[in-house]
Ligand binder design. Sequence first.
Ligand code: SF4
Length: 85
Amino acid sequence: MIAYKHCRRRFLQYATVVALATATGPLLAQESGTMSKEEAAYQDEPKNGQACSACVHFQPASNTCKVVKGSISPNGWCNQFSPQL
Ligand code: SF4
């Protein structure tokens, strides 16, 4: 019986850690940049074959950017574009 209680306590501790990591992970990954769309000359369409989906700053899980503030389209573009290698 003692072993069962020990296992149950460990399982609950593990489940709590997993639940917290699951809940906060996506929030942390969604942080976007600080530059305004105006400053970055952001547009909702590609430019010269370049698009956010191919930029190192794009965060596809949240449609955000590490540089530019707010929601970003995978088909967008701005003057901070940096191609993925
Ligand atoms: S092109 Fe600009 S807005 Fe798009 S992901 Fe890259 S830095 Fe962000």
